[in-house]
Ligand binder design. Structure first.
Ligand SMILES: C[S@@+](CC[C@H](N)C(=O)[O-])C[C@H]1O[C@@H](n2cnc3c(N)ncnc32)[C@H](O)[C@@H]1O
Length: 349
């Protein structure tokens, strides 16, 4: 059970219309089961070796029979493996759901399956019909306002953002010569984990992470973890009001897709204003660049999160990024690839 070929579920034996639709419904059953196991830290317990449901249940004081049913559902979904004697072990995805694995995405998973991120999906049609975010319709206020009023939800979000970065994110910056950009601002940089890693890799640079005070409360810890506290600063700002001046590179990573065109123009105009007459300064946007129509693309699914949770937010094609940047006073100086996370570089025009 649970070969990588089956991931997320075994292929339906006969792929007729009815089986395919049921297959879609089964995604919910799988996701709920996996969330429960992650909350119960089952992947961490299985990292020590294969276990039966009885052994696992004893370690968390749960009912063995109900736990077994959830475990075998997760095995059917390809996240665990069950052998013929009923012992469970980790499949590759479950390894990423451990708290302390090198490639842990546990916080990302807990965030994306959190009730605040599920509820908007009960009513995507509301957004399609009215343009109002399903999140605001469910919770009575826009997403970021909700986070400001619920520090525990903000913590779930900020922790997930820290886990978003992988070696591939840094690979995007492989050809960037940071000796030209010694002062770096990460605008909307959350807890500053990305900035801290950039500074760790470039000892001649210093930088600032600019975000809401709630997100920044975790910045000191991130700077310390990477040994860059003496070169990194946390600056509280509303980036629609003010972006700090005097930096050589302004990075905006995985943030602009949260906003509609007018807000993106407003924020980019603030960055342009901050650059002033420094024509050597660079805007570095890290975002998914949508593939052409007709090509399946992960971004065409994550785009729905932007629409239902953030309202005006959207994933964009390369031309749309270039047009918005041009309207804010920037010229493209890069050739980003479509259908993936890319680095889009701009200079002041
Ligand atoms: C999707 S997260 C991306 C975080 C980080 N750059 C990353 O790649 O993981 C968007 C960030 O924008 C911040 N943000 C949202 N509205 C903001 C505002 N008006 N001023 C400053 N930061 C804001 C959020 O707090 C959050 O940290």
């Amino acid at each position: 059970m649970g070969s990588s070929e089956d991931f997320l579920l075994p292929r339906p034996a006969w792929r007729g219309t009815r089986e395919l639709v049921l297959h879609l419904a089964a995604v919910k059953w799988a996701m709920g089961s996996i969330r429960a196991l992650v909350q119960l830290r089952i992947p961490d317990r299985l990292a020590e070796g294969a276990r039966t449901a009885d052994e696992l249940a004893a370690s968390i004081d749960a009912d063995p029979s109900r736990l077994y049913r959830v475990l075998r559902a997760a095995a059917t979904a390809g996240v665990l493996r069950e052998d013929t004697s009923g012992r469970f072990s980790l499949a590759p995805a479950a390894d990423g759901l451990r708290a302390d694995g090198a490639d842990s995405m546990r916080d990302v998973f807990l965030f994306t399956t959190d009730p605040m991120m599920w509820r908007p999906y009960e009513n995507v049609q509301h957004t399609v019909l009215t343009g109002e975010s399903a999140f605001a319709s469910s919770f009575g206020k826009p997403f970021y306002e909700y986070l400001r009023d619920h520090p525990e939800s903000s913590d779930v979000f900020d922790r997930a953002m820290v886990q978003n970065d992988s070696p591939e994110t840094f690979e995007l910056f492989r050809d960037v010569d940071f000796s030209k950009y010694r002062k770096i601002a990460d605008v909307g940089g959350g807890r500053g984990s990305f900035l801290a890693e950039v500074l760790r890799r470039n000892p001649e640079c210093l930088g600032a992470v600019c975000d809401h005070p709630l997100a920044l409360s975790g910045a000191g810890e991130e700077f310390e973890r990477r040994g860059v506290s003496d070169r990194a600063t946390a600056m509280a700002t509303d980036f629609f009001e003010k972006v700090p001046e005097g930096f050589d590179a302004y990075i905006i990573k995985r943030s602009l897709q949260n906003w509609g065109d007018e807000d993106v123009r407003r924020l980019l105009a603030k960055v342009r204003e901050a650059m002033g007459s420094d024509l050597e300064a660079r805007l570095m946007i890290v975002n998914h660049v949508l593939a052409e129509p007709g090509t399946p693309d992960f971004g065409k699914l994550s785009d729905i999160e932007m629409m239902t949770v953030l309202g005006g937010g959207r994933e964009r094609e390369r031309d749309e990024w270039n047009r918005l940047a041009a309207e804010a006073g920037f010229l493209s100086v890069s050739e980003p690839s479509a259908g993936q996370m890319s680095l889009l570089m701009f200079r002041p025009s």
